[in-house]
Design a protein around this ligand. Sequence first.
Ligand SMILES: Cc1ncc(COP(=O)(O)O)c(C=O)c1O
Length: 442
Amino acid sequence: MKDIPIYQTLTAHREQNYASFHTPGHKNAAFFPADLLQLDYTELPDTDALYEASGVLRQAEEKLSQLFGAQRTLISAGGCTLAIQTMLSLARRKGRKMLLARNSHRSAVNACALLGIEPVWLLPQNGGGFTGTVQPQSVEQALEQHRDIAACYLTSPTYYGELSDIRTIADICHRHGVYLLVDNAHGSHLAFLADNLHPIALGADASACSLHKTLPVLTGGAVLNIAHPSLTEGAKEAMMLFGSTSPSYPVMASIDYCRDYLQREGISAYRETAVRVLAVKQLAQRQGLPQPTGSCDPLRIAVHTACAGLKGCETQTAHFHQYGVEPEFCDGQDAVFICTPFNTENDFQRLETALAALQGTGTCEPLPPAVLPQRQLSPREAVLAPAETVPLGESIGRVAADSVCPCPPGIPAVVPGEVINEQSIQYLSGAGIDAVRCVVRK
Ligand SMILES: Cc1ncc(COP(=O)(O)O)c(C=O)c1O
């Protein structure tokens, strides 16, 4: 009897044959050439080297720059996390702070701690029951108030597919001499839709794109797209600061393979999928299941199921499993589905059947306005301080040493250096978290 639990778990999962509405974007369809995993080479005289790229990897990056309309594109085999670390490292300026949307992923918060970046938080608004987005006037106000900002960092689209008004925010940032950086982890495909909604096309100075989430790329494949020439200087060195010296060649080759696919048939496939997804969204609306409003990613489905009585992550997941559907994630109130051309018509029909079995009221309770916890230390001071694990129930008043969050979506409720309060405890216990890392008391 073999004892290979990871492999055995994955093959057992595959046998359940769920319709995959989660990452990666290729959905394990037969997309890649069968020998991709036998191409697991390393830096050899003819295979180039990622951080000193001058051969085939450099050429692949140049082709990607053309595809995304960027000044410079850097391949990452360390996910969007590495692209975000690189982007923040390039845009930081000594003695200047950074505006960050409070719904930033923990990879950005952790990078700030490691790089010593002081965040000034921007609160998203207008989400109804969903996350919402940072409004242009909030950016304008913050930049008027804080004259020492190097860059503004937003997540667009959000996990729920909500899109910020990047064009207007880019204009505001540029008027103030500030870079606009966008965590576009969930929106690599936005460049290929009928309206180009990619942050680089809308004026962002750099964007980190988790290709593997919504495009047919192996997990870990991502890019950093840079538009502002001043951010290209030292870009490889900045990535080298955090990246592995052994980036996976199959992952990098899958990025190249995906780029070629997009240039041949992929773009029209993504546009056709957007039409199919619209039909599912319309069905959800007829079933009284609210969805995010305003500008949204045409390929992302997020539905509020709580108003149909479907509440709690486990209950939500069980409902969708019953119909053979695996969502990207369920947060207890809403369910999120990632759709790509690698979903089959049968997948969409299963999802429609699962949604048609729900009858919602058409409304969702707006989330209570976010209140920032009190801050005692900078993220860097807290992350580097001696820490201990504390049961959640005993953590009130303690200073968090970590980004405390359920993942997905990986958005910290408490960032390192903040004081844990009653509201955070309630949220975290609802998300199944029972212990937190806290700074040791002096
Ligand atoms: C908004 C956002 N940013 C960044 C990341 C990190 O991306 P990756 O897993 O490719 O490192 C994620 C991952 O889920 C995310 O949701």
